[in-house]
Ligand binder design. Structure first.
Ligand SMILES: [Mg+2]
Length: 231
């Protein structure tokens, strides 16, 4: 179906590496390590508060309203405020533990390995992520993705982030291919899909969060294994 394509460019978080599941596993560990139960908070309340705060912060980040440093500084204090508990003395410590523990988790989005195995000789795989090398490479290694991927381009290294066209230019320059030979696969309707769309690159929207996309994606899938039929 995609005869002219030679390069599959994947987003990392929640497209290949299962941020949702890995962060959930990490939060359950933090809940125990920091004894949050004695504060009268349930694990479910803690996780739900984190998800809400984190999603809001990343939405703001995608719209250029907050920086990554803001997210790191604000995330846990906001969670504690939402839960009405006083723990701000350990917020930064918890943030550091969250980052180091979570990025070392191995879980991948279901179906990813089947896709990589089926298409590894047909396409070259690359990663284009709004993240930083030092964190994203830990995730790539922890998930066992490293052997499959050619170029790994992060916004931290490129100096631009999706949906900015400059990061797509940067990526294609490294991949050494025209955009017509590439397809962007990602879960974020703004940074991955609108970004690639306005750049003029085909896209496959992995609609796992059930978010509306402002443009009509080239393809939309709800599960990774649907790629087996599209590509
Ligand atoms: Mg993502």
């Amino acid at each position: 179906m995609e005869k002219d394509k030679k390069h599959l460019i994947f987003d990392l978080d929640d497209t290949l590496w299962d941020f949702q599941q890995n962060s959930l596993d990490t939060l359950l560990e933090l809940f125990d390590t920091y004894n949050l139960g004695v504060k009268g908070v349930s694990a479910t309340a803690f996780i739900n508060a984190f998800k809400e705060v984190n999603n809001n912060l990343w939405d703001q980040f995608d719209h250029g309203q907050v920086t990554r440093a803001d997210i790191r500084r604000e995330r846990f204090p906001r969670v504690f405020k939402k839960l009405n508990i006083e723990l701000n003395g350990i917020a930064m410590h918890m943030q550091d533990s969250f980052m180091s523990t979570c990025s070392a988790k191995p879980k991948l989005v279901a179906g990813v390995f089947d896709v990589l195995e089926k298409f590894k000789s047909k396409y070259q795989f690359h990663i284009l992520s709004n993240g930083f090398d030092e964190i994203q490479f830990i995730k790539i290694k922890a998930g066992g993705l490293a052997p499959y991927f050619g170029k790994v381009i992060t916004s931290g290294r490129a100096g631009f982030r999706k949906p900015e066209p400059e990061i797509f230019d940067f990526a294609l320059n490294e991949i050494e291919a025209p955009k017509e030979e590439c397809i962007m696969i990602g879960d974020n309707p703004l940074s991955d899909i609108e970004g690639a769309h306005s750049y003029g690159m085909d896209q496959i929207y992995y609609n796992v969060h059930k978010k509306k996309c402002a443009v009509e994606p080239t393809h939309t899938i709800n599960q990774m294994d649907e790629l087996l039929d599209i590509l």
